[in-house]
Design a protein around this ligand. Structure first.
Ligand code: NAP
Length: 240
């Protein structure tokens, strides 16, 4: 019996790396899964590959406004007949400095506004026992870098949102946590032995190492973990 048997999990902003891996591990734990991104060809390919592991649906759509986020979440809920748990892996990375502010609009949109739009849209489906997982970054919770102004501010804001939202949602029995990865290395492939690609403390690791922590945060095993952002870096931050 899987740890997510009968759970309906929406994964918003799915790449061929982390989001794909989260979908795979959630299916292997018995969940039904709805994946979202803007690229239909990618979602179709992921669905075709993962269908043998369980029920997987996809919804194509851009979640960058409250209106379109609601459309995507409502379609996911119809496809699964509800949503119990929510994972938001929308990404994007732009380097900038105070001199150029190249990433300011997009990084605040992707890392702050979108997660809030998606959570707002999902609340009517979530219930007591639901779990939400967001993805910050080690750049948002550890040392500052000189060329990551907007990205790091976005990821720091996202980490703070985890705490504030946890305090807000606690009365509904809904948990929210985050992970703070280092560098997620390459695309996901089902059933491979990913452990050969890294050693403890490496600054990069394959998507599996991050996805498994996200899926654990959805399970009952983590039910007493709430309102935290867990660095998932194999200890790399300690070696600087
Ligand atoms: N990669 C890393 O090394 C790293 C390190 C630390 C933290 N993170 C974080 O980990 C998460 C996953 O990383 P990743 O590299 O897999 O992310 P990513 O590829 O940058 O983003 C995930 C997916 O989100 C989708 N997306 C972007 N904007 C969207 C929108 N408006 N509506 C719907 N979908 C949208 C994109 O697919 P479409 O283009 O098809 O829409 C994209 O493939 C992100 O939050 C990222 O910031 C990543």
């Amino acid at each position: 019996m899987g740890r997510l048997e009968n759970r309906k999990v929406a994964i918003i902003g799915v790449s061929e790396g982390l989001g794909y891996a989260v979908a795979y591990f959630a299916l292997r734990e018995g969940a039904s899964v709805c994946i979202n991104a803007r690229s239909e060809s990618k979602l179709r390919k992921i669905k075709d590959t993962l269908s043998k592991y369980g029920k997987i649906e996809y919804v194509v759509g851009d979640v960058s406004s409250l209106i379109t986020a609601k459309e995507v979440i409502n379609k996911c809920a119809s496809s699964l007949n509800g949503i119990d748990d929510l994972v938001i892996t929308v990404g994007g990375y732009i380097e900038d400095t105070i001199e150029d502010l190249k990433g300011l609009e997009e990084m605040i949109k992707n890392h702050i506004k979108i997660p809030l739009y998606v959570i707002n849209s999902s609340l009517k489906y979530l219930n007591e026992g639901s779990s939400i997982v967001l993805v910050s970054s080690i750049s948002g919770v550890d040392k500052a870098s000189p060329n990551q102004l907007s990205y790091a501010i976005g990821k720091t804001g996202l980490a703070k949102a985890v705490e504030i939202l946890a305090s807000e949602l606690i009365r509904k029995g809904i948990r929210i946590n985050g992970i703070a990865p280092t560098f997620i290395d390459g695309n996901f492939e089902p059933e491979r032995n990913w452990k050969v690609y890294r050693k403890l403390g490496d600054p990069k690791a394959p998507p599996e190492d991050f996805a498994r922590v996200i899926v654990w945060l959805l399970t009952d095993e983590s039910e007493w973990v709430n309102g935290v952002v867990i660095p998932v870096d194999g200890g790399a931050r300690l070696r600087k």
